[in-house]
Write a protein of this length. Sequence first.
Lengths: 122, 161
Amino acid sequence: MTPASTEALDLVFAALADPTRRAILARLAAGEATVNELVAPSDLSQPPVSKHLRVLERAGLVSRGRDAQFRPVRLEAAPLAGAAQWLGDYRRFWAESLDRLDTYVKELKRKEGRRVSKRKQR
Amino acid sequence: MSANASSGEAIADREVVITRTYDVPARLLFEAWSKPEHLMKWFGPVGWPLTLCEVDFRKGGRFRFAMTGPSGEQNQPFGGEYLEIVPNRKIVFDNAFEAPGSEKMIMTITFDEKGGKTLLTYHTLFASAVMKREYVGMGFAEGAGSGLDQLAAVVAAMKTV
């Protein structure tokens, strides 16, 4: 899992900052749905729901099927996982530590390489 | 492996697994995990360096760490015991904050080297599902608002990512 970019996270959190959109995502977690199916349980008419879907789509949280007539909406989990990773302190702790470890061991490897090539030169 | 035999909770509800591949041999990563002079260079998030790092790196030996945040105040020390050490392959230790009633987690770090690259698996087993939620979900409770609880459950159900 690669850390999400800041811009991508901004879009995800903006998209999540609305109860209707969260309800839509929770509904989609149970399986894909058409716009009509999403409109039914909400108190909204279709245009606002479509508007919410566009926000979710821009954040990469949902995708639309190709079927021109129904275009079922599907939940896309990857950006959510990125957001959860950012939110979950424990995972964030390790993500940052392990980035630092990566940089550090590469440096160790480089130093080791230098020592080896010096020895070879002698 | 059982951190808390009385807890009948499924392992999956108590564990967190993080994997990473590094472009270095396993022995360098093992080294970075086993000595204070290395640990102090990388352990902890950005802005939270280790300012206490005592390590008795042998089976049954103990470690004691503490980090200092941007406020300049040292945080609660934490530490535990090395339960198993297999050079360049595996390190197992338990870990808890030095506070009364603080629950333990068990961390198993495995080093899997292939063609000069090493896959590290960081497996954490929390004492209970509640403890896991406290650690993994802390950010949710702090700033994100209760509406995200539902989504946390959604994400948890999507382990495939």
